[in-house]
Design a protein around this ligand. Structure first.
Ligand code: CIR
Length: 257
């Protein structure tokens, strides 16, 4: 895998109204979120990708999490049908940008009653693991796998019990290496990979992203950082603490392809 492009969207002031499971962390501070986003874009550029920066959409508080309304594969793009009502309209907002990169016959859609969030999709080569979650339902997964198979790719369902999205708790670093936390540590689906177990007190750190040989790690997760470095990866550290307040992490903030 080699990524050439990344799409991000600036957070809006409405980020403070984003959906959260952790209100005790407080609301994101907009000015700080912007600084963190600047650092994130800089880190991505250091990984040798061209970064397309979309403008903030105040009407969608969670729209900086561009990973959810689209999934991009090496064969084509899938516009999803996000499972949270307040986020569903993000699919129309992202589609024109996706079409700049893909011909019409390479853009597919997940449609109602199917729902799917891109955060539930983990790419491992030509196979895609799909979390069945509060956001992604059985019909969404069925449609998604049908589209993949039409392109000669494959997919399989992974039921989730605890976390929001699949990639909240498990992330593939390429080269057979997988960061796993919590409910994913013992899942048979991932038995064939070199699993690096993330301790419970650093669970948020499981959401790292591999970009062309470099792994971007969130700031403040020393055990995860060391484990990734011990695997031989070059690392970059980016603070995502404002996004964490609304359940967002490194992977959610970009589409990489
Ligand atoms: C949400 O609940 O949809 C946002 N507050 C966080 C989305 C995080 N995205 C992701 O894990 N892919």
């Amino acid at each position: 895998t080699k990524f050439e492009n990344v799409i991000v969207r600036r957070p809006g002031k409405s980020l403070c109204d984003g959906i959260t499971s952790a209100p005790e962390l407080g609301q994101p501070i907009y000015e700080r979120a912007i600084e963190e986003h600047d650092d994130y874009i800089e880190a991505l550029k250091q990984c040798g990708v061209a970064v397309t920066v979309l403008p903030a959409l105040e009407e969608f508080p969670d729209s900086c999490f561009v990973e959810d309304p689209a999934v991009i594969t090496r064969c084509g793009a899938i516009i999803t049908n996000p499972g949270a009502d307040s986020r569903n309209g993000e699919k129309e907002a992202i589609e024109p940008t996706i079409r700049l990169f893909f011909d019409d016959d390479k853009v597919k859609h997940i449609v109602a009653p199917g729902t799917l969030d891109g955060g539930d999709v983990m790419m491992v080569g030509d196979h895609f693991f799909v979390g069945r979650s509060a956001r992604t339902n059985e019909e969404g997964i069925r449609q998604f796998i049908e589209i993949l198979e039409g392109w000669g790719l494959s997919g399989s369902e992974v039921p989730l019990e605890e976390v929001l999205h699949l990639k909240t708790g498990v992330n593939y670093l390429e080269d057979g290496n997988m960061l796993v936390s919590g409910e994913f540590i013992d899942k048979p689906d991932f038995a064939a990979y070199n699993k690096v177990v993330v301790p419970e007190d650093e669970a948020y750190g499981a959401n790292c992203i591999w970009v062309n040989g470099t792994v971007i790690v969130p700031e403040g997760y020393p055990t995860v950082l060391k484990a990734v470095q011990d695997l031989g990866y070059k690392t970059l550290v980016v603070d995502t603490s404002e996004y964490r307040k609304v359940d967002g992490g490194l992977s959610c903030l970009s589409l990489r392809f």
